[in-house]
Design a protein around this ligand. Structure first.
Ligand code: FES
Length: 107
């Protein structure tokens, strides 16, 4: 279990407990956290689960795979701390994780 804080672009924060084994995207969707569309359901085929990982957590969330790196190019307004939330697996080590959702998931 990890407590994850999702911060909307507007600044509204949602703090939810997410079971280990789920993805950061699934944690948002199951808890009705807005700002993550996740249109492909986690198949890494849409780029609409884009989040910005708080810089303090980049090491613990780990690097993107080559496939994620390619797919994230379809997301809007990517930054160096951008990730696809469906590709971040929740573990107990991510307890306290902070991610921010972008202004929008589509152009
Ligand atoms: S949910 Fe589609 S790429 Fe993550």
């Amino acid at each position: 279990m990890a407590r994850i804080t999702y911060i909307e672009f507007s600044g509204v924060a949602h703090v939810v407990d997410v079971a280990a084994g789920l993805s950061v995207m699934e944690g948002a969707v199951k808890n009705n956290v807005p700002g993550i569309d996740a249109e492909c359901g986690g198949a890494m085929a849409c780029g609409t689960c884009h989040v910005y990982v708080d810089r303090e957590w980049l090491e613990k969330t780990g690097p993107k795979s080559a496939d994620e790196d390619q797919m994230i190019g379809f997301a809007v307004n990517i930054e160096d701390n951008s990730r696809l939330a469906c590709q971040i697996k929740v573990t107990d080590a991510l307890d306290g994780l902070v991610v921010r959702t972008p202004e929008r998931q589509h152009d």
